[in-house]
Design a protein. Structure first.
Length: 509
């Protein structure tokens, strides 16, 4: 493809993408293809001769679109959103053109420097305490990771390294007998180290512990506490670990859990950890990582910063939120902040002669390869920069407030039909969790679950919307999220109308 052919192909492609967004509403939300559908439509081998773009482009609509579930569809109320927007798409376009594996500053200084700057912008916009800024008092800073799962794994690696460094004496090599004993002691200590989370924490915390080969314990959170981790809950878990000879080194706290969008009690967590090691924050402290993958986006609004008391996260060690969920940047843009970047560098800096260079050796630059698990990295900050500049903070606030108010309108509509629905949690951060009301007094859990399941299946079968479900203490419940960029009040009204009609039907049946 030469420049002229690219110009024509790109123009045709952009036109098609615009039409896709403008007509999204006419498609079903969820793909209905059978597994293996694509193999039947494509040749078994790559073509020997190159094909014209027009032929390739035609196959996008004909062969790929049937297998696409439309995450930007206004009727997409499942999971959490996976954002996109025109400025973000433009950022991806430039990023592809400027392709590089920008792991060291010298590999493209602009890639590193823009990332540092836009993550500082973001930290300030979210109201994070100054300790998470690259220019802050604790030499903190932000780095873009591929996903919240990658961020929590990275945090846990750094936490494990910090804990071992602080609580054991490093051995020189070759090992003397005494040193060997110490190495053995480290192995024993490792086997006692435990990462804590709650029964509502995202599964990525358990997966990180699994990858690192450390113990994992989920603290039970209760409905009466809004499914949030409390001071007492954490204190009891710490005491239990101590009694069992286990050594907690990491806690995953959440701002906006996946099932119900609960927020752990940051003040309570901080208090429970006060007496854990002396002095507080001294050697052997528990690293607290705040996973705000979805709801962190809402912190662009000062009222959310105040309600969540976000300043308290300055007492913790790391914070992560996905702009690619609710902040109009397309996947992947997980923004991970640490209070002291040295914690990452100490855990993850592994040198190899081929990567040495004058700038790195001078120590004046950031080499992001030392803040992450992979070596290579893309120019992801461009799309963040474009989105922040195109929407402005005010534009982002407006969008978040609109999502939240649609969530409230949805919950109010369900409350107005309390004969049909019971709200289980929310609305919280544009997420409402509900189930069918009891048909008659004394209806069993199984009966209510079966009816709610029937409602869920029938509504999803319309193809016009997609809802996901969860289970809370044995209760099957439906989640409806109103945070997709294209969703408007009219789509919420349509969702309510459909839910009411189907619920009436199910109740009658
Ligand atoms: N944390 C929370 C609270 C989530 O809801 C999710 C996914 O929805 C994740 C982590 C995992 O996100 P990722 O796909 O970026 O790893």
């Amino acid at each position: 493809m030469d420049s002229q052919a690219f110009r024509e192909a790109a123009t045709a492609t952009i036109d098609e993408i615009i039409t896709y967004f403008d007509t999204l509403n006419t498609r079903n939300v969820v793909s209905s293809v059978e597994p293996g559908y694509l193999r039947k439509l494509l040749p078994s081998e790559a073509p020997q001769e190159g094909e014209p773009w027009a032929d390739i482009q035609k196959d996008v609509e004909a062969k790929i679109m049937p297998g696409i579930t439309h995450w930007s569809h206004p009727g997409f109320h499942a999971f959490f959103p996976c954002a996109t927007s025109y400025p973000s798409i433009l950022g991806e376009l430039y990023s592809s053109a400027l392709s590089g594996a920008c792991f060291n500053w010298i590999c493209s200084p602009a890639v590193t420097e823009l990332e540092t700057i836009v993550l500082d912008w973001l930290a300030k916009t979210l109201g994070l305490p100054p300790c998470f800024l690259s220019t802050g008092p604790t030499r903190g800073g932000g780095v873009i990771q591929g996903s919240a799962s990658e961020a929590i794994l990275t945090a846990m690696v750094a936490a494990r390294d910090k804990y071992l460094r602080e609580t054991t004496v490093p051995a020189a090599s070759p090992l003397t007998e005494e040193e060997q004993e110490r190495e053995d002691a480290i192995m024993i200590k490792r086997s006692r180290m435990v990462a804590l989370a709650t029964t509502r924490t995202h599964s990525s915390a358990r997966k990180a512990a699994l990858i690192l080969g450390v113990r994992f314990r989920a603290i039970r959170v209760r409905e009466e506490d809004g499914y949030a981790l409390t001071k007492d809950g954490l204190a009891a878990a710490l005491a239990e670990c101590k009694a069992q000879g286990l050594e907690p080194f990491f806690l995953a706290a959440t701002l906006g859990t996946t099932d119900v969008c609960s927020v752990d009690d940051f003040a309570g967590i901080s208090e429970a950890l006060q007496g854990w090691c002396a002095p507080p924050g001294g050697p052997g402290e528990v690293w607290v990582h705040v996973d705000a993958a979805y709801a962190g986006a809402a912190l662009v609004c000062p009222e959310v910063q105040a309600a969540t008391r976000i300043g308290l996260v300055g007492r913790f060690h790391s914070f992560d939120m996905n702009m690619h969920k609710w902040l109009l940047v397309n996947f992947d843009a997980s923004c991970f902040f640490v209070r002291d970047r040295e914690w990452l560098v100490q855990a993850l800096s592994v040198n190899q002669a081929v990567y040495g260079n004058k700038a790195s050796d001078g120590g004046l630059v950031t080499d992001y390869r030392e803040w992450q698990i992979p070596l290579g990295r893309r120019f992801r900050s461009l799309k963040i920069w474009f989105v922040l500049r195109s929407y402005g903070v005010k534009g982002l606030q407006e969008y978040i407030r609109r999502s939240i108010s649609m969530g409230e309108a949805f919950a109010d509509a369900l409350k107005a039909r309390s004969d049909l629905f019971e709200i289980v949690t929310g609305p919280s951060f544009a997420l409402t969790v509900f189930r069918l009301a009891a048909k008659e007094e004394g209806a069993s859990l199984e009966e209510r679950n079966a009816l709610t399941r029937a409602l869920y299946a029938k509504v999803n079968a319309t193809g016009k919307m997609w809802l996901t479900s969860t289970e809370l203490d044995g209760r099957f419940a439906i989640r409806l999220m109103t945070a997709v960029r294209t969703t408007e009040k009219e789509h919420i009204d349509m969702a309510v109308k459909t839910l009411v009609e189907v619920a009436e039907d199910v109740m009658k049946g």
